[in-house]
Design a protein around this ligand. Structure first.
Ligand SMILES: NC(=O)c1ccc[n+]([C@@H]2O[C@H](COP(=O)([O-])OP(=O)(O)OC[C@H]3O[C@@H](n4cnc5c(N)ncnc54)[C@H](O)[C@@H]3O)[C@@H](O)[C@H]2O)c1
Ligand SMILES: [Zn+2]
Length: 351
């Protein structure tokens, strides 16, 4: 829920929780920029044990989760405990996972502090960490008690992280609402989102899809649009120890997957052209070059989301995508051949 202060929302949420059973997870940046705001408005947290996680995607790991479980044991957290995750998707994914598994599950509250976490990562009930070289390889479906969105936190966010979140909002527009897409375009290039309704609109789009299919058996896969190729690009960056914000990879992945949508489902070419221009202007081009195409395809086959089928006559594994027939019309489980995939990557890298 969108909030304007923490006192009014946290008091009723935590009224039945013993004060010594409230724990806070932050990362180094949100400890500086966000935690003081929450503590000032809700002074009960002054005495709460705070775990400062190391910032960055590379720390969404089993090692960090173990640190967090140890912290809860050392502070005698019981099954009545509540963890408050204050941070971007790294903190809400990892904190949510730790809470959902500590003593078989304790409650948590998410306070997302990046745009991406506000519109995407902190809602929908997916928690997890990167494991065995696989992004989000281990995780749970577990809803937080509440997600509190405080848009003023966006004021200290870098422009890269704002654009990263915007990519997920663009995705929501592409799969569900042309109006949402138009509203977002109207906010570029300043991205002054704090006083706009786009954050609420984007959350509402995700919520409607998640409510229809919580465990991702069907239509929730629409939210994976751009992520099949996007995750592979993210792996390529990680393999070279290059930091890249998740949403950039999603933007690049969406352009390549729009190409597939055009050739396979007849999606209007103008959608691909518009998104390609937007990508070049705001996100630039992915650094991975065409020579890594084989590796990108291998990573796609490893991604747990890509239902891998063989087409009967030969046993070549195939990769399944969510593609678009048009804006607002996603079609899930579209099997793409290696040739088509190569063509889409060729298009992306030729831009
Ligand atoms: N669970 C889901 O459904 C879901 C959906 C989408 C993405 N994700 C995950 O979310 C993660 C990416 O999230 P992210 O983009 O928020 O990354 P992040 O949490 O790493 O945050 C990005 C950077 O911004 C800093 N930061 C956070 N809030 C700040 C603020 N208000 N001011 C200044 N700096 C701030 C962080 O310390 C970090 O350095 C990925 O791990 C991705 O897999 C999960
Ligand atoms: Zn994403």
């Amino acid at each position: 829920m969108l909030i304007s202060d923490f006192h009014t929302t946290l008091v009723p949420l935590l009224s039945c929780v013993p004060k010594q059973q409230i724990f806070v997870f932050v990362d180094a940046n949100t400890a500086e920029h966000c935690l003081p705001v929450v503590v000032e408005e809700y002074p009960v947290l002054q005495s709460a044990p705070v775990l400062v996680l190391p910032a960055g995607e590379e720390n969404k790991s089993l090692h960090t989760a173990e640190l967090a479980w140890s912290f809860l044991f050392e502070h005698h957290a019981t099954r009545q405990a509540v963890v408050i995750n204050i941070g971007g998707g790294m903190v809400t994914d990892l904190g949510g996972f730790v809470a959902s598994t500590y003593m078989r599950g304790i409650r948590c509250i998410n306070i997302p502090t990046t745009l991406l976490a506000m519109v995407d990562a902190s809602s929908g009930g997916k928690t997890g960490l990167n494991c065995c070289g696989i992004k989000n390889g281990v995780g749970t479906f577990s809803q937080p008690m509440e997600t509190l969105i405080y848009p003023a936190f966006l004021s200290t966010l870098s422009s890269q992280d704002l654009l990263s979140g915007l990519a997920e909002m663009i995705k929501h527009g592409l799969i569900r609402s042309e109006k949402h897409l138009r509203d977002l375009m109207a906010l570029l290039p300043d991205l002054d989102l704090q006083y706009s309704s786009v954050i609420e609109d984007s959350i509402a789009i995700k919520k409607a899809i998640v409510d229809a299919d919580f465990k991702e058996n069907n239509i929730r896969r629409a939210l994976n649009f751009g992520h099949t190729i996007g995750h592979a690009i993210e792996e390529a960056y990680a393999a070279e120890a290059n930091a890249i914000a998740h949403g950039y990879c999603v933007m690049w992945g969406m352009v390549a997957e729009l190409y597939l949508s055009v050739i396979k489902l007849g999606c209007p070419r103008s959608v691909l052209t518009d998104m390609s221009h937007l990508m070049i202007e705001y996100y630039g081009r992915p650094m991975c070059n065409c020579r890594q195409r084989e590796q990108l395809i291998t990573w796609m086959l490893h991604d747990k989301k890509n239902f891998v089928a063989s087409n009967g006559s030969d046993s070549q594994p195939q990769i399944s995508f969510t593609l678009l027939r048009d804006i607002g019309c996603p079609i899930v489980d579209q099997v793409v051949s290696k040739e088509e995939l190569n063509e889409a990557l060729e298009y992306l890298f030729s831009l």
